[in-house]
Design a protein around this ligand. Structure first.
Ligand SMILES: CC(C)(COP(=O)(O)OP(=O)(O)OC[C@H]1O[C@@H](n2cnc3c(N)ncnc32)[C@H](O)[C@@H]1O)[C@@H](O)C(=O)NCCC(=O)NCCS
Ligand SMILES: Nc1ncnc2c1ncn2[C@@H]1O[C@H](COP(=O)(O)OP(=O)(O)OP(=O)(O)O)[C@@H](O)[C@H]1O
Length: 519
């Protein structure tokens, strides 16, 4: 298995018959270079369109495919400068030996021990229509523009993004501007908390573009509204949009006209559909290839590797499960219990401490007065909640009494666990109380604030204001996510929650068994 491959292909229409032959030999990146095609004839235009079909059908390979544009554009200069060093050069049976030699010598970034490997397409027939021409794209005429612009979020660059960017680069002859949405524009998106930082997305877009076509000038910049620079710059001539963002294109042109600028020519591209797998995939995923689907698939996986915690015993392995109010922690720990974990619930421990004769009883009366008792002289948690969730000082006072007592109970319980390897410590206050130091890893559940309010109104019969007060007494989702080794969201169906938990549990068992093997 090699990290990076370069496939020299004689004809874009043969790609799909060649890919299966080489996918098992490449681990990370596969560059594709087409031997130069005649420029500006009808066939060349069709070949350009084939890029769309190629990326569309390449989901089968789990590698980062990058189709180099120099062969298609006829702009091959003296060098093919890939960002990553090429370990293997594959070439098909129509590539002449002098063409192979020419590409090998013009490839500037090769591993010292690179190899060349001949690939025979899958079947013997020499059909050149392996990828059916997509009539949808035949409307795209061959007109080229000096200055092209497009925008997007570009989280975790996928084939849909690659089509947009490649089409823009193919239509462009001088400067390509890409607006990348800043995080402030994204807070209504699904799982926005794990969208890559804007700087990472910018550098990924720039890196991809420079890789596929180093001959153009690029300006990849953050944007803070849907317009970015499009409404001020007279130089822009064309904008590439996906079907979903057509409305944005119309708004841009309205503003341009109002500012006395030429409207942009609009090239809309259809969204790429994605076939859903029936296992290990939430049915709520979107039918198109999308970054939100990618983010959903990260739920239950390790987002950040846990660092060994040598301050606590290796066994039992303690997972701190936390997240905002009503984020589904109890549902998650119930399922983890079914899977074999020992669950400690900090809320339940706290409740027990309020009983008459238990250590919190008297300090609570001393601090909050006997008005918080009910007719049976028991602590009325509803009354206490109404006081502490509307006053930060009061909540701090309660925490100062309760947290050391709860922690004492937690430690005793963890020490007493004999017949379980994995303990789940469920606590909304895990991070604020600094109890993560008693855990080996942190698992976090998040839901959007509107959903938390809805659940608190339904489950706890709280008013919207009381719900907000409770939410505001806890860290923001983004704060929880920063600390998460594994992330869940219970925003969708119970089935979807279970898929995430099974994924996390299966991975956890592998991690834990490795740790125990090395002891
Ligand atoms: C204030 C109290 C009496 C309200 O009791 P009530 O039965 O209405 O709520 P319950 O205990 O089930 O808590 C529900 C949720 O409120 C949130 N919450 C509870 N305590 C806190 C706190 N100190 N800070 C922030 N959020 C909290 C959590 O999301 C919790 O899951 C109770 O929550 C409490 O004793 N809190 C202080 C002790 C504590 O920190 N417990 C939480 C351990 S995770
Ligand atoms: N897909 C889902 N997975 C889990 N819980 C869900 C889901 N959909 C809705 N819920 C509901 O969300 C509510 C909150 O769940 P749960 O009680 O597990 O949250 P919690 O984080 O433990 O709350 P608290 O912070 O109050 O202890 C419950 O009423 C639960 O039924």
């Amino acid at each position: 298995m090699t990290k990076t491959g370069l496939l020299i292909c004689s004809n874009p229409f043969r790609l799909l018959r060649i890919f299966p032959q080489i996918q098992c030999h490449v681990q990370n990146t596969l560059y594709v270079h087409f031997c130069p095609l005649p420029v500006l004839d009808k066939k060349a235009v069709r070949h350009r369109l084939t890029i769309i079909d190629a990326y569309k059908n390449l989901n089968i390979i789990n590698v980062d495919v990058r189709i180099l544009l120099c062969g298609l554009k006829g702009t091959l200069g003296s060098q093919i400068a890939t960002k990553r060093p090429v370990d293997v050069i594959f070439y098909d049976d129509h590539i002449k030996s002098e063409e192979l030699d020419s590409v090998v010598s013009s490839l500037s970034n090769k591993s010292p021990d690179f190899k060349t490997v001949f690939v025979q397409p899958n079947e013997d027939s020499d059909s050149s229509i392996d990828m059916k021409e997509n009539t949808q794209y035949n409307k795209v005429e061959s007109k080229l523009f000096e200055n092209v612009v497009l925008g997007g979020t570009f989280d975790r660059l996928h084939n849909g993004h690659k089509i947009l960017l490649s089409t823009a680069a193919l239509k462009c002859t001088k400067k390509l501007t890409v607006g990348v949405t800043d995080i402030i524009m994204l807070k209504s998106k699904k799982l926005w908390e794990i969208i890559e930082p804007c700087s990472t997305r910018i550098s990924n877009v720039e890196g991809f573009l420079k890789d596929i076509d180093p001959t153009l000038e690029y300006d990849v910049l953050p944007i803070y509204d849907i317009y970015g620079p499009t409404i001020h710059d007279p130089a822009f001539e064309m904008i590439i949009l996906s079907e979903e963002t057509m409305k944005g294109g119309e708004l841009i042109n309205e503003k341009r006209l109002n500012a006395g600028l030429q409207p942009l020519e609009i090239l809309p591209l259809p969204l790429l559909e994605e076939k859903k797998s029936t296992v290990d995939c939430c049915q709520e995923e979107e039918n198109k290839i999308s970054s939100s689907n990618y983010r959903m698939r990260l739920l239950g996986t390790v987002l950040k590797s846990p660092q060994p915690n040598t301050n606590i015993p290796a066994t039992p392995y303690v997972i701190g499960l936390t997240g905002g109010i009503a984020s589904g922690k109890s549902s998650i720990s119930n399922y983890l219990k079914e899977l074999g974990a020992y669950v400690i619930n900090a809320d339940t421990l706290a409740h027990g401490l309020y009983d008459i004769n238990q250590p919190a009883y008297q300090p609570i009366i001393d601090t909050f007065g006997s008005a918080i008792l009910n007719v049976n002289n028991e602590v009325d948690r509803k009354k206490l909640g109404a006081i502490v969730f509307t006053s930060k000082d009061k909540l701090d006072q309660l925490n100062q009494i309760m947290w050391p007592l709860i922690l004492q109970k937690i430690k005793i319980l963890i020490e007493s666990v004999k017949d379980h390897n994995i303990v789940v410590l469920e606590a909304a206050v895990l991070l604020t109380a600094n109890w993560q130091v008693h855990c080996h890893e942190i698992w976090v559940s998040i839901i959007p604030e509107v959903e938390a309010i809805k659940r608190l109104q339904e489950r706890n019969h709280l008013s919207e204001i009381d719900s907000r007060n409770r939410i505001n007494s806890q860290p923001l989702n983004s704060e929880y996510v920063k600390n998460a080794n594994v992330l869940f969201s219970t925003l969708w169906s119970y089935d979807c929650t279970r898929i995430q938990i099974r994924r996390a549990w299966n991975n956890l068992l592998i991690r834990v068994s490795k740790i125990h093997r090395f002891q």
